[in-house]
Design a protein around this ligand. Structure first.
Ligand code: FES
Length: 325
């Protein structure tokens, strides 16, 4: 399905974090090998052979980015699972072998920041754990706001407890369904920031939308977020033409299809994974024309530049696009 480099790993351990979240520790095959290095905020694609067919799912790496002997991920069992998280929870066990893609990062840590504020909701804690490890290594002070419905729904609390009492660190837990609790006050968090602080948010869609509203007044280069699922519908209205610069092929994109659908039909498959505009795998350079961006990977500045696009979900505002394919 995807042409990104892949490797094999073995599940060394599976840990119970909450009723719906399992932690997986993945080690290289053969065991003596090292895994490709990664940076804080990176994710890997898992190529899953599920009962319903092959699926690719992306999971954030939550271990220390200085480690090369293992990758650790957390998997939330999604009640609306299309098969990926259900397979991870039910079909896999320690010793199972998995095919994965090499790490990629759409949610990097700005290592020049004087202070980091992390905001995580539920399973959104996973990329933040690696960012905290990296902040510690850099000596950058940080504060974490971690929201979950109740303490029983919050994963990796044991790991966070190791920072208790450490200078320059603060872990603030918010359990909004426990007696006397309230939803995380993102407006207040965004209005009480240390000078020059960078903010990072990962969590469910309503939290991310509230975060974007609360941080709209801040310089965009200090505001970072990662989505797990699409926010808006893919551009499938069609009615434009695509030319592939390398082969010279030209095709019409009809209503109901994405550019990626058409490329697959033509057997010109760029790498792809989520097909929802959140993983960044299908990014293609745009040589001519104006994309209609629908992804959640590119920043506003990158969208405005118009020189690349995610072909799984984005379309065209111009009658024709020329792509570097
Ligand atoms: Fe994930 Fe397009 S395949 S962004």
């Amino acid at each position: 399905m995807t042409q990104t480099p892949t490797l094999q790993v073995r599940i060394r351990s599976i840990t119970f974090e909450t009723d719906s979240i399992l932690g997986f520790e993945l080690v290289p095959l053969p065991p003596a090998q090292q895994l490709p290095a990664f940076t804080a905020g990176a994710h890997i694609d898992l190529h899953l052979d599920t009962a319903g067919g092959p699926l690719v799912r992306s999971y954030s790496l939550l271990n220390n980015p200085a480690e090369t002997h293992r990758y650790c991920i957390g998997v939330h069992r999604d009640p609306n699972s299309r098969g990926g998280s259900r397979h991870m929870h039910e079909a896999l066990r320690p010793g199972s072998v998995l095919t994965i893609g090499e790490p990629r990062n759409n949610f990097p840590l700005d290592e020049s920041a004087p202070f980091n504020v992390f905001i995580a909701g539920g399973i959104g804690i996973t990329p933040v754990l690696g960012m905290i490890e990296r902040s510690q290594a850099l000596g950058t002070p940080w504060r974490l706001h971690y929201a979950a419905r109740t303490r029983q729904h919050a994963a990796f609390l044991g790991r966070l407890s190791r920072y208790q009492g450490c200078a320059g660190t603060e872990v603030l837990l918010n359990f909004d369904q426990e007696p006397g609790s309230r939803m995380l006050d993102l407006e207040r968090i965004a209005s009480e920031l240390p000078d020059g602080a960078h903010l990072y948010c990962c969590g469910p869609l309503p939290m991310l939308e509230a975060y974007e509203r609360a941080t709209a007044h801040l310089p965009p280069e200090r505001v970072h977020r990662e989505y797990f699922a699409a926010k808006e519908a893919a551009a499938t209205a069609g009615g434009f033409t695509v030319t592939l610069s390398r082969s010279g092929k030209t095709f019409d994109v009809p209503a109901g299809k994405s550019i990626l659908d058409c490329l697959i039909d033509l057997h010109v498959e760029p790498p792809f994974s989520c097909r929802e505009g959140v993983c960044g795998t299908c990014e293609v350079r745009v040589l001519e024309g104006v994309p209609d961006h629908r992804d959640l990977v590119l920043t506003d500045a990158e969208r405005a530049a118009g020189d690349r696009m995610m072909v799984c979900c984005s379309g065209a505002k111009s009658p024709r696009l020329v792509l570097d394919l």
